[in-house]
Write a protein that binds this ligand. Structure first.
Ligand SMILES: C[S@@+](CC[C@H](N)C(=O)[O-])C[C@H]1O[C@@H](n2cnc3c(N)ncnc32)[C@H](O)[C@@H]1O
Length: 206
């Protein structure tokens, strides 16, 4: 199977150009996220992709460090949509590699990422170490577990040809349990969009 860095470096130009499928759900989900942020927060985003979400949230927080495993994605994030806001930095880093020497963050964000991480348990523990005690881990994840079973054989064929990344389809319950088991208390949830379901989970580090 193709590794995630190679896959996303290849996929980045097309991904960044593609419009968001359901902009209304994206915006409503972001408003929900904003209710848990404030102007004092140092925020780390994992798997930032085009970097658009970091730019949108930047006015509401002290700083956003937006990271992605793909260097091509990071380069495109730096270049898209005008100058990078002063309180945003883009950096190439994998989600399970804590940023050496950094203080833990007030909030760590991961949008459309957790279903792409093969060893979720290890990554969630690494993410916990990036959040300060009492800080937030905010994720939004497509949860197709138990649905769209017809998709699996197609995905397997695409994966065999390096045309799809490793992907897991959890149910919402399974994903929430994994986040809780990693040492977080779930404090709020939402689903944006409802179909196919993408679960927003706001979790506080114990
Ligand atoms: C589906 S895109 C989502 C991008 C963005 N968060 C969004 O919601 O539009 C997944 C992103 O996660 C990145 N990614 C995949 N595996 C990763 C990993 N292990 N660590 C960090 N980033 C990863 C990819 O390069 C890609 O930019």
């Amino acid at each position: 199977m193709i590794d995630e860095k190679t896959f996303w470096n290849r996929a980045a130009p097309k991904y960044v150009r593609s419009p968001i499928r359901d902009m209304a759900s994206y915006e409503t989900g972001l408003e929900h996220v904003s209710r848990h942020l404030n102007s004092k927060m140092r925020v780390l985003e994992l798997g930032c992709g085009s970097g658009m979400t970091a730019r949108k949230l930047a006015p509401e927080v002290a700083s956003v460090k937006a990271t992605d495993v793909s260097s091509v994605m990071i380069e495109m994030a730096r270049q898209s949509d005008g100058p990078v806001p002063e309180n945003v930095t883009y950096l190439q880093a994998a989600a399970d590699a804590p940023l050496a020497g950094e203080e833990p963050y007030d909030a760590v964000l991961a949008f459309n990422l957790l279903h792409l991480i093969p060893d979720q348990e290890v990554s969630l523990r690494a993410i916990r170490a990036m959040v300060r005690p009492g800080g937030l881990f905010i994720s939004k994840t497509p949860c197709l577990g138990g649905r769209s079973l017809w998709l699996w054989p197609i995905i397997r064929v695409l994966q065999a040809f390096g045309m799809a990344p490793a992907v897991r389809f959890d149910t919402m319950g399974r994903l929430e349990a994994a986040i809780a088991e990693a040492g977080f208390a779930i404090v709020d949830t939402g689903t944006y969009p409802l179909k196919p379901p993408s679960r927003l989970i706001i979790a506080r580090r114990d």
